[in-house]
Design a binder for this molecule. Structure first.
Ligand SMILES: [Zn+2]
Length: 128
């Protein structure tokens, strides 16, 4: 994952305001892609939900590096639901708060995602 991915998450999140944006950081052929998904939640101002169809497509065709979403009204603190999704799927979670402009990162399985961890340790300026 590169800083470009983080910048793209910020752009996508700004565009989606006042609704929460969501999507994936995907990897294929050593390239990292930022892919926006449709937020299918009934309450898009405060929640996000990615359809099973989009999860399945990502699982089948790419390595899923992270799920991302934005918080429009809240800060970058993860909700219990956010952490639950990340733990259940064993996929790291990124959240961007439009209120504080901060990015937060959660890693449910440090062993499996060493590379991502080391990236974020190097790029401390990006992750607050
Ligand atoms: Zn959230």
């Amino acid at each position: 994952m590169t800083k470009k991915n983080i910048d793209q998450i910020k752009l996508i999140s700004e565009r989606k305001k006042p609704f929460e944006a969501c999507g994936f950081i995907l990897k294929k052929n050593k390239k990292y892609l930022t892919v926006e998904c449709e937020n299918v939640s009934d309450n898009q101002e405060t929640n996000f939900e990615i359809s099973n169809k989009e999860y399945l497509f990502a699982f089948k065709n790419y390595e899923i590096i992270s799920i991302f979403h934005s918080h429009v009204l809240g800060d970058e603190t993860f909700s219990k639901e956010d952490l639950g999704i990340s733990d259940e799927l064993d996929i790291p979670m990124i959240v961007y708060s439009l209120k504080t402009n901060n990015i937060n990162f959660y890693n449910p399985s440090k062993k499996r995602h060493n590379k991502i961890n080391s990236f974020f340790q190097k790029e401390k300026a990006v992750v607050v």
